[in-house]
Design a binder for this molecule. Structure first.
Ligand SMILES: NC(=O)c1ccc[n+]([C@@H]2O[C@H](COP(=O)([O-])OP(=O)(O)OC[C@H]3O[C@@H](n4cnc5c(N)ncnc54)[C@H](OP(=O)(O)O)[C@@H]3O)[C@@H](O)[C@H]2O)c1
Length: 310
């Protein structure tokens, strides 16, 4: 990837897309093209084709998607499957048609089978039943991954999929219903601190283990892979560290300064007991994540506090 090549980051306003943009700029890639969904709705095939025909980007990071937590996935499954299928199929097809050299598609560790053996290797995809709560989203993401593979095989189009675990960091979504676990807990603990609550109830037993990656580490992994990986298929990009939800909640409470009691509502579902990815493939290529969880959470909370003042 040359510094003067035109690079399109789809979804640049989002948490992952904005981290990719920061990383590209840091590395001297300044010939970037970005469009908000209000200027270019990627569900619109004709508009997407017109954009690619006009600008002819050389590299594409596909980080535009409809994304949300458990509640949003449960309530809006139709939107998750239809919008993601449309966005990714329009972008992948147009990229191929208008001469893109390489395309990176963002997958997600939540598309691995619910009970995949741990740590999850890339080969575990499609070897077992999926988590039912986000099935429409997962099926759309799997379709995107298979579409990249098929274009790679049939047309020799250099498209591949990156599989991150849960992402957190600057630019995260703190919406009370649509957020993921870290932003959701941070938001609730912050509110509880302000309202001087003495306790807060969290879902489940707190016993499941999860892996998280700081958004800027993922941005770095994506740019690294765009420069160094051309084998198609998919590749995990995680931190390699896991933490129980209970420990995570305690750490966030400490960072936020919420000193009340954490109560665990064990009548609520826990989800998959363990979800850690095998990151040996990307590690062997020479990439490792560098931000410890606590450091990333602190940076995220500072950013959140600043965003409240704007
Ligand atoms: N967040 C996670 O924990 C996580 C974990 C694993 C994988 N991923 C993957 O990483 C990618 C990015 O996720 P994220 O967390 O950065 O999501 P995000 O913060 O919600 O950002 C998604 C972006 O997609 C854009 N977008 C949505 N619909 C669009 C449309 N119809 N046309 C054009 N742009 C559209 C939005 O652009 P506008 O702001 O301009 O509307 C938004 O900024 C997704 O593929 C997701 O599956 C995320």
């Amino acid at each position: 990837m040359k510094s003067n090549n035109l690079i399109y980051v789809a979804g640049h306003n989002g948490m992952v897309g904005s981290a990719i943009v920061r990383n590209l700029k840091q590395q001297g890639y300044t010939n970037l093209i970005m469009k908000s969904s209000s200027d270019l709705d990627l569900r619109d095939k004709q508009a997407t084709e017109d954009f690619f025909a006009q600008h002819k980007p050389k590299y594409v990071f596909l980080a535009a998607a409809k994304v949300g937590g458990i509640i949003a996935n449960d309530n809006y499954g139709a939107d998750f499957i239809s919008q993601n299928l449309a966005i990714q199929s329009n972008v992948i097809e147009s990229s191929h048609q208008f001469g893109v050299k390489k395309l990176l598609f963002l997958g997600s560790s939540c598309i691995y089978p619910k009970l995949a053996s741990q740590p999850m290797k890339e080969e575990a995809l499609l070897t077992g039943e999926l988590e039912p709560t986000n099935l429409p989203y997962a099926i759309a993401k799997i379709a995107g991954k298979i579409m990249c593979d098929a274009y790679y095989k049939q047309y020799d189009f250099d498209a591949f999929t990156v599989m991150p675990p849960n992402v957190y960091g600057v630019g995260d979504n703190f919406h009370p219903e649509n957020s993921h676990v870290i932003a959701g807990l941070m938001y609730r603990f912050h509110q509880a601190k302000i309202n001087k609550q003495d306790k807060i109830t969290c879902w489940g037993t707190g016993s499941p283990f999860r892996e998280f990656i700081y958004a800027d580490d993922l941005g770095d992994a994506c740019v690294f892979l765009m420069k160094n990986y051309s084998k198609g298929g998919m590749i995990n990009a995680g931190s390699g560290e896991e933490i129980s939800i209970k420990q995570l909640a305690k750490t966030i409470a400490q960072i936020v300064g919420f000193e009340g009691e954490l109560i665990w509502d064990t009548s609520k579902p826990d989800g998959t007991p363990k979800k850690l990815m095998d990151n040996s493939k990307i590690n062997q290529l020479g990439w490792k994540s560098t931000t410890p969880l606590k450091e990333g959470l602190e940076a995220m909370y500072q950013w959140y506090l600043k965003s409240l003042q704007q």
